[in-house]
Design a protein around this ligand. Structure first.
Ligand code: ADP
Ligand code: MG
Length: 723
């Protein structure tokens, strides 16, 4: 049987696939939040007093009374069991970027052997999963296994359906027996509280009396790849690592720019529509879909929501994308760089802060020079990205994102802020000490009477900046596609809280000593621009010149996790998180340990795959091709026909060099004695990773030589173009 049988079979299967028969989609109204226990449903089902008390907890963070919890639990159970749920699950978010859930039945066995359903307030608000197998970075040994989950009332409960059942899901935080956060939600809630406190203090200094709770908002654009399941299953690297470790570049890739925003293939759109319907049922406001730059790459973006809910919804979106893909014979790849040499996937985190009394605090309005509140909040952002840029880099540091940052149209690993022409000009005026006005919107006339004239935005967009102002929010574009958005949100909220606190203190002092507020604020913003303005960059972030300029400006460039993760151990970062009450030193240290370990494991798993695929798939392919080639060459020589031996020599040479690199990689993997985690990180990044690339070079060169019939792995061309 030829080695390419499974590839050929996959191609046949794919070309014979048919689309499901057309159905009429349900209306948005009937779908929307139908699987969510919304406030509206609670209001309907709960006694007035109970609902009022619960709403107060949700809106102000007041402690939930256990008697209230009992009534809520009973109503929630009624609703869920009526929808067919037999089980409930406390859902939480461990440090792995994954979603975790422990399911328990509503079943309660009675003395007489009959069963009833039962769900108390205590069980709703608190769970106790044995959490010893979750990464905790040394916070808790396996002998101290107790972990608690606690209901996060600010994120609604929902029903997760499968084809033959459903479970009630309760979003929770996950903490150790000693009270330390073992998850990504607890710090997020703390960071929102810290930001609220600092923002309120600042708004008070700026003269506001009535100030509602300030929250941060997040809209996360999710990029992803779709590959046919038949191809993916034939590639151990895709199955295990979520990316291709080998693969020769296809003749056609993305050079025609014909995929971005191209017409969506029907098979893909059918998949997207099912994803969106599932999202709507779970109350996730899916809003935008389009083809992305790379062939086989797509994007989905929801309408933005409060950061905590957006983060839970983002986790659900990733789950839905993966599960739904399976139902359509596809695999959804959330890896940041599934295909070398082709655009990677990010998750652009759009972030703003605001409240009910003041609206969006990052909205500049038409005359930003006249909007002191905006200038102060924007100045706080400029300061925070300059002061803690390395932290922003650290929170997007994963083994997979290392492949993306700085490669093919992804932001570099240097953090800078893009403000746009109008705002940059305003801040330059402030720095010069003469603030006079803002560049105005201009009118664009398209020269065709039937087309409308429209107002042109005062600033263009910059796709090359890792942290760009986009009209009324900042867009953090360095976040990886497979990451939880929580880490980046925690960092941004905490950094902003810190900047605002520092600024509020200065302003309070200045005003108390008689300086008029506006003058005090403008002179503080001038100080910020003088000290931190170096982080503002308008140009092409992808260019080599920027790397040079950034170095001159003293901005850190941390290309890999080996440089980026140790930032979490710096004293300034520990102080920042402690001061804002977001992470204790122990919690922060545990995060470094967990993320470093994950990085080391990820590289180790990939290196092992490289070795096994090279030895058991590529080498045999090269040998079987050589064997059939040499048979033919011998026969030709016997007939005294001049034999073309170059290919055989080339394949033999490449196979030999591939095996030599495999041996070196195996030896490097065998090294286990490191004095520190930092040294182990460096070994993974600087020794193992380059050796993997070395093996790959030979493998990809072999793919270009070995006869197609002998090649076992689906190619880039097949995976990216056969739909
Ligand atoms: P782009 O043109 O940058 O690709 P998209 O429309 O794909 O933009 O996504 C923009 C995201 O930003 C959406 O999720 C949108 O809801 C979100 N967004 C818009 N305004 C805000 C805001 N004030 N705060 C946070 N996110 C916002
Ligand atoms: Mg977009």
């Amino acid at each position: 049987m030829p080695a390419n049988t499974s590839r050929v079979q996959a191609i046949q299967d794919i070309t014979r696939r048919t689309l499901p028969p057309p159905t009429t989609p349900p209306s948005l109204e009937s779908l929307w939040a139908s699987d969510v226990y919304t406030l509206a449903k609670m209001q309907q089902h709960l006694p007035k007093e109970v609902f009022k008390s619960l709403k107060k907890t949700i809106e102000t963070g007041a402690t939930l009374d256990i008697k209230v919890a009992d009534v809520v639990a009973a109503a929630m159970k009624e609703w869920a069991t009526a929808r067919g749920a037999l089980f409930y699950a406390h859902v939480f978010y461990p440090l792995t970027n994954a979603t975790a859930e422990k399911h328990d039945g509503f079943i309660s066995v009675q003395g007489d052997g009959t069963v009833i359903t039962e769900f108390s307030g205590k069980v709703l608000v608190q769970g106790e999963p044995d959490g010893s197998s979750f990464p905790n970075g040394g916070i808790r040994g396996t002998s101290h296994a107790r972990g608690y989950t606690a209901w996060d009332v600010t994120s609604p409960a929902y029903i997760m359906e499968t084809s033959n059942g459903s479970s009630l899901c309760i979003p929770t935080v996950f903490v150790s027996w000693t009270g330390e956060a073992l998850d990504k939600k607890t710090p997020l809630l703390r960071s929102i509280a810290a930001m609220n406190k600092a923002a309120k203090r600042m708004l008070t200094v700026l003269g506001s009396k009535e100030i509602a709770t300030v929250n941060s908002s997040c809209g996360a654009e999710q990029e992803y790849f779709l590959v046919d399941a038949a191809f993916a299953a034939a590639r151990p690297d895709l199955v295990i690592a979520g990316r291709t470790l080998f693969g020769k570049p296809p003749a056609k890739a993305q050079q025609f720019d014909d995929h971005y925003f191209g017409a969506i293939a029907e098979r893909v759109q059918t998949f997207m529509q099912e994803v969106e319907q599932r999202m709507y049922k779970l109350g996730i406001p899916a809003k935008t879909r389009h083809n992305e730059v790379a062939p086989g790459q797509f994007e989905i973006a929801p309408f933005f929501e409060a950061a905590n809910v957006a983060s839970d919804h983002q986790q659900l979106t990733m789950t839905i994308l993966k599960n739904t893909a399976k139902r359509h014979g596809l695999v959804c790849l959330l890896h940041e760089k599934p295909f070398a040499g082709i655009n990677g996937s990010g998750k652009h985190v759009n972030w703003s802060v605001g409240n009910a009394t003041h609206g969006n605090l990052l909205d500049p309005g038409d005359a930003p020079h006249d909007n002191l509140q905006f200038l102060v909040f924007c100045g706080a952002v400029i300061r925070m990205v300059h002061k803690y840029g390395a932290l922003l880099r650290a929170v997007v540091a994963t083994a997979s994102n290392d492949h993306r940052l700085g490669a093919n149209e992804a932001p570099p690993a240097i953090m800078s802020v893009y403000l746009g022409t109008q705002l940059e000009d305003v801040f330059k005026q402030i720095q010069r000490g003469s603030l006079t006005g803002s560049k105005a919107k201009s009118i664009m006339n398209l020269g065709v009477d039937s087309l409308p004239t429209f107002a042109k935005d005062p600033g263009d967009r910059n796709r090359t900046s890792p942290f760009a102002f986009t009209g009324n929010r900042f867009e953090f574009r360095a976040v990886g596609s497979g990451q939880s958005v929580s880490g980046p949100l925690v960092a941004m909220n905490t950094m902003l809280a810190d900047s605002l606190t520092w600024m509020a203190e200065k302003l309070e002092g200045a005003v108390a000593s008689g300086t008029p507020l506006t003058a005090a604020a403008l002179s503080l913003l001038k100080v910020i621009m003088d000290e931190h303005g170096a982080v503002v960059f308008d140009g092409n972030g992808y260019s080599a010149e920027w790397h040079k300029l950034a170095e001159e400006r003293g901005l850190p460039n941390l290309p890999s996790c080996a440089e980026a993760l140790p930032v979490l151990k710096e004293k300034a970062i520990e102080d920042l998180f402690s001061r804002q009450g977001v992470l204790t030193p122990v919690e922060l240290a545990s995060r470094f340990d967990v993320y470093a370990e994950q990085y080391i494991h990820a590289i180790e798993v990939e290196a092992k795959l490289v070795i096994s695929m090279a030895k058991t798939q590529v080498f045999p392919a090269a040998m079987s091709y050589l064997s059939s080639l040499s048979d033919t060459l011998t026969k030709l020589s016997a007939l005294k026909i001049e034999a073309p031996t170059e290919t055989a020599t080339k394949v033999a040479t490449l196979a030999k060099s591939m095996m030599a690199s495999v041996t070196k990689l195996g030896e490097a993997l065998g090294k286990h004695d490191f004095d520190s985690t930092e040294k182990h990180l460096v070994h993974s990044a600087k020794t193992i990773r380059p050796l993997m690339d070395e093996v790959r070079k030979s493998v990809d060169a072999l793919e270009a030589e070995v006869g197609d019939q002998h090649w076992p792995l689906p190619t880039y061309q097949e995976m990216l173009f056969i739909k």
